[in-house]
Design a protein around this ligand. Structure first.
Ligand code: HEC
Ligand code: HEC
Length: 295
């Protein structure tokens, strides 16, 4: 009897040590982030700048995840991956933290506590221009604060283990893996504008280079397929999320929230860039397109 109790106590102790190990290792990894790149761009003032910042927030999906009044959102059961993801109240956050702290979260994937973010898709914003970033911050600082009590976020054992094994890198690491913009803006202004939009809107889901991804579910197609659409069908697709009258999956959920705000010029630029990709080679050795397809 005594022996059995001792064995049980020993097992509990071992399990405890295992969990403590996972916790400590994952916390250390969350703190292992590149040094924050300083952001000291002065913020624009005036109604035009605020409108530009609102446009950036709308087309990049800040409202969809942080609430239509930026009041914050508890993903609760709906999105169980990190255990409990809670997107903070952005209007309040923008008053409590300086511009550099906001920028580090948005473009560098580093939170106000110095730890890497896990759910906020900072890699989608890594290539936002300084001008758009500054306008976005000016807009957030001007948005009225809607009080909204939120629970504490929680990072579960599953995500902590996935972080340790390298299966699920944190956002500060992912943001660094997004390719640099490559189209020469002086020579090809429209394609460059389209590349900028695609690489700060579509790469959240269509692979870091918008050439498709199969690492995370659901897999998404290479956006060179836009070459198969007419300009008008493309506009309909991204404004409504339907293709030839057909409802899609995730695309039909995000497109109507984000992309109706795109101007005709922006759609022209996106269309010009994405349909030109059909003539460009696709990188093969990138993690977001593992050789064996979806995990
Ligand atoms: C797919 C959903 C999603 C989108 C899109 C999104 N966020 Fe977040 N954001 C989150 C979540 C969830 C968190 C909480 C931290 C975490 O779990 O990574 C967060 C955290 C933040 C934080 C605080 C980071 C910290 O802890 O200090 C800021 C600032 C922020 N987001 C700004 C933005 C802005 C600005 C946009 C639009 C450009 C945006 N977010 C788009 C989900 C999202
Ligand atoms: C939040 C994730 C997400 C974002 C952001 C996103 N897409 Fe998609 N998209 C998808 C998914 C997932 C599919 C596959 C169909 C489905 O499940 O909805 C898809 C499918 C498509 C298709 C193929 C439609 C068809 O006829 O089958 C096109 C074209 C497309 N997206 C273009 C874009 C463009 C352009 C952008 C950026 C302006 C974009 N997407 C941003 C998730 C996204």
């Amino acid at each position: 009897m005594r022996v059995i109790l001792l064995v049980i106590a020993g097992l509990i102790g071992l399990a405890g040590a295992g969990f403590a190990g996972i916790y400590l290792r994952s916390e250390a990894m969350l703190r292992d982030v590149p040094e924050r790149v300083a952001f000291d761009v002065s913020l624009p003032k005036g109604a035009d700048a605020i409108a530009q910042g609102r446009h950036v927030a709308r087309t990049r999906g800040c409202f969809g995840c942080h609430g239509q009044d930026l009041q914050g959102k508890d993903f609760g059961e709906q999105w169980d991956w990190p255990d409990r993801a809670v997107a903070p109240n952005l209007a309040a956050y923008a008053r409590e933290h300086d511009a550099a702290t906001i920028e580090a979260a948005v473009r560098q994937g580093i939170g106000q506590d110095g730890k890497a973010l896990m759910s906020m898709p900072s890699y989608n914003f890594a290539r936002l221009s300084d001008a758009d970033m500054a306008a976005l911050i000016a807009f957030l600082q001007s948005a009225p604060i809607i009080e909204n009590p939120l629970p504490r976020a929680r990072l579960g054992w599953g995500p902590r283990l996935a972080l340790i094994t390298g299966e699920e890198p944190h956002m500060a690491e992912l943001a660094g893996l997004v390719p640099q913009l490559s189209v020469d803006a002086a020579a090809e202004p429209q394609r460059a504008a389209g590349e900028y939009l695609a690489m700060t809107m579509c790469n959240e889901c269509h692979g870091f280079d918008v050439r498709g991804q199969s690492y995370w579910p659901p897999p998404t197609p290479d956006l060179m397929l836009v070459a198969a659409y007419s300009r008008e069908d493309f506009a309909t697709l991204i404004r409504t999320g339907t293709s030839g009258g057909r409802e899609l999956g995730l695309m039909s959920l995000v497109a109507p929230d984000r992309f109706p705000d795109l101007s005709e010029n922006e759609i022209d630029a996106l269309y010009a860039y994405l349909s030109s990709l059909i003539d460009e080679p696709v990188a093969e050795d990138v993690f977001w397109r593992p050789a064996g397809g979806a995990e």
